[in-house]
Design a protein around this ligand. Structure first.
Ligand code: FAD
Ligand code: SF4
Ligand code: SF4
Length: 460
């Protein structure tokens, strides 16, 4: 008999008062008893709508059945047929708008905690000594540019079938946003590196500190490799273009988070400095803004505000992230928009905001924010973090005329993921603009399947 409890089993968490003083992971994961209880909520629906909600179509009812039978390695094997990064996706996937949004248990009550169960299985697996057998080479060589989730998924899909894959990564560490963007307290970096080490055991080579388009060109890669996959992400930050953005103390969220996550700027012996503001304002309402605000609190800032021009209902961040930010003491200044940053001696001193109200719906169905006349006021701040979006970096395009991009900077691809250059594929944020880990992985995997079809030796 399935467990007909309407509520998902709760995830144990660190208390807010404790967690704001450390970068330790906030969500602690299910224990076995809770995982079994949660798994027993699954009805094993014949048409399994949840699978359609997962961008990589993990066989969800099957892996949950394995959990019920306490066959955790069996569950891991089912998941890994479709995903190479389950411990990561189980933590950061926006499940509520993907697999879990389609779960029939969500019609009357809460969906099955698919992500939490996926994390449980992956964490158990990651504790084991894993034997990975490197497949024999099939002689085909492929280059992957960028080591974020989309590049890693492409490399995994190819290498497990014997393709010789080399990843070229601009930074000194592989992992893309998983390493430099998403903070440690949501995604511990040792988990990311553990998942990457599996790829290395499969034979994937990772060349870090290589900027394709500067240190080496796409044309040169095509001389050495039969196909190239571009998974270069969307790391170019946007600014508001308001007065004062060049003052000291104004960061893009990407720079701020990279300094903390990748360069560990908060450590006493770190070579990368970071300005720890007393009063910090984060502009934006997405996951990146929540991450930046929660990071600032952990660095020791006294007062951290989110400035967002719409209301709570339109906040694009995951509700879980917003709840965690509120619990931790982040102040939400909703229906507000910065118009000017005021400095003193070259440093941020205040931000001038204007109050907003919501007008008619725009073309996407969201109510448009409209400034309220004469409602400006000044807020004392010493650090401002802009988290209003990113776009693909034009560096690759500028280094290669033949690479077509859209007006928004995304690399243009056909239905098979191929760019305007023969045998050069692309996917992930570099094509779509900033999206999700799992959608980037899905694009990387699909392109790898197309590359296999084209180069031959497709193992089905
Ligand atoms: P990236 O992860 O950006 O990786 C691209 C890689 O390519 C980088 O390592 C970069 O250094 C490298 N590169 C770029 N140009 C070159 C070049 N010319 N030569 C060599 N290497 C190059 N998504 C979720 O699903 N859940 C979340 O909770 C979530 N939180 C997020 C929080 C933050 C702070 C940010 C910034 C994003 C978040 N996202 C989240 C979005 C998600 O991380 C991205 O959609 C995803 O990482 C995109 O993967 P990608 O492989 O396309 O690109
Ligand atoms: Fe759900 Fe993400 Fe796992 Fe797919 S990968 S089943 S969307 S948590
Ligand atoms: Fe289980 Fe929900 Fe999927 Fe049905 S839709 S198989 S209940 S996870």
């Amino acid at each position: 008999m399935p467990n007909m409890s309407l509520e998902k089993n709760k995830m144990p968490m660190l208390e807010a008062s404790e967690r704001i003083h450390s970068f330790d992971e906030v969500s602690l994961g299910y224990d076995e008893e809770t995982a079994l209880l949660e798994a027993s909520r699954c009805l094993h629906c014949v048409n399994h709508p949840c699978v359609d909600g997962c961008p990589v179509n993990i066989d969800i009812p099957n892996f949950i059945e394995c959990i019920k039978n306490k066959d955790y390695e069996g569950a891991y094997k089912v998941i890994s047929l479709s995903s190479s990064l389950p411990a990561i996706c189980g933590r950061v996937c926006p499940q509520e708008s993907q697999c879990e949004s389609k779960c029939v248990r969500g019609i009357k009550g809460q969906a099955v905690g698919i992500g939490r169960l996926e994390r449980y299985v992956a964490d158990i697996h990651n504790e084991l000594e894993e034997e990975i057998i490197k497949p024999n080479s099939n002689g085909h060589k492929v280059a992957v540019v960028g080591s974020g989730p989309s590049g890693l998924a492409c490399a995994y899909e190819l290498s497990k079938d014997g393709y010789e894959v080399t990843i070229y990564e601009a930074l000194h560490v592989a992992g893309g946003v998983l390493m430099y963007g998403i903070p440690e307290f949501r995604l511990p970096k040792k988990i990311v590196q553990k998942e990457i080490s599996r790829l290395i055991k499969l034979g994937v080579k990772i060349n870090t500190n290589v900027v394709v388009g500067k240190s080496i060109y796409i044309e040169e890669l095509l001389e050495e490799y039969e196909a190239v996959y571009l998974g270069t992400g969307a790391g170019l930050p946007m600014f508001m273009n308001i007065e004062g953005e060049a003052l000291n103390g104004v960061y893009s969220a990407n720079e701020f988070l990279t300094r903390v996550n990748l360069m560990k700027a908060y450590k006493d012996d770190a070579r990368t400095p970071i300005l720890i503001g007393e009063n910090v304002a984060v502009v934006g309402g997405g996951n990146v803004a929540m991450d930046a605000a929660r990071t600032a609190l952990r660095l020791g800032s006294k007062h951290v505000s989110i400035i967002y021009r719409r209301s709570m209902d339109e906040l694009p961040a995951r509700s879980e992230e917003v709840e965690h930010a509120i619990e931790e003491g982040v102040d939400f200044k909703l229906l507000n928009n910065p118009v000017k940053i005021i400095g003193e001696n070259g440093h941020v001193k205040k931000v001038r905001c204007i109050k907003m109200e919501l007008g008619a719906e725009d073309e996407k169905g969201r109510r448009r924010p409209i400034p309220i006349e004469s409602s400006e006021y000044d807020l004392d701040v010493d650090v401002i973090i802009m988290a209003i979006g990113t776009s693909p970096n034009p560096l690759l395009k500028n280094s290669c005329d033949k690479l077509l991009t859209s007006s928004r900077g995304g690399i243009v691809v056909d239905n098979n993921g191929m760019t305007s250059i023969e045998n050069v594929y692309a996917g992930g944020d570099a094509v779509t603009g900033s999206a999700t880990v799992i959608s980037a992985m899905s694009a990387g995997k699909s392109a790898a399947i197309e590359i296999k079809k084209r180069l031959g030796n497709l193992v089905l």
